[in-house]
Design a protein around this ligand. Sequence first.
Ligand SMILES: Cc1cc2nc3c(=O)[nH]c(=O)nc-3n(C[C@H](O)[C@H](O)[C@H](O)COP(=O)(O)O)c2cc1C
Length: 175
Amino acid sequence: MSIAIFYGTTTGNTEEAAELISEELGDLVSHMADIAKTEPQDLLNYQVLMFGCPTWNVGELQYDWEDFLPRLEGLDLTGKKIALFGLGDAYGYSENFLDALGLLWEEIKNLGAPELIGIWPTEGYTYDESLGQYDANHFLGLGLDEENESDLHDERIKAWTAQIRTELGLDGAAA
Ligand SMILES: Cc1cc2nc3c(=O)[nH]c(=O)nc-3n(C[C@H](O)[C@H](O)[C@H](O)COP(=O)(O)O)c2cc1C
């Protein structure tokens, strides 16, 4: 099993989250890179792709993801497992909390038939609206709020990575 983490970041928070996620997954992660320094073909080298994207500009993708996604046209991610994580501010941008998760999946899901893993309960988050929801009770991936709930990052990342291991059938695999 080869996992790669690709993140976009403007002020560094998503990079830090990516590092924490990578630490939790240990040797399972064979590659981690800023999406700004990634070529579309790089995605094909791994079975599991973790994509990290903060929401910016009120309900928009982070800039580097915005540039990268159009370059993926024609890429076939069939058979890949995709896990999303996003950074957002649930108080400052309560009507658009984690919207980028939704915008990202909207594009990725059409690249062949990738499988989404790591959907995550909305329970415990307080916000008004989000395009990042999978259904009424779940986000499309892990949500982290650096501005208001950074104290929950460790706990959330530990639980989410444990869930990912289970979904990948890797329970008990060495970290
Ligand atoms: C101008 C601006 C717009 C933002 N818009 C949103 C938004 O629409 N939704 C949201 O959940 N967070 C929003 N945020 C919060 C960022 O997603 C948050 O600060 C995130 O941690 C930034 O991640 P980065 O450091 O990886 O770029 C916004 C922040 C700023 C400064």
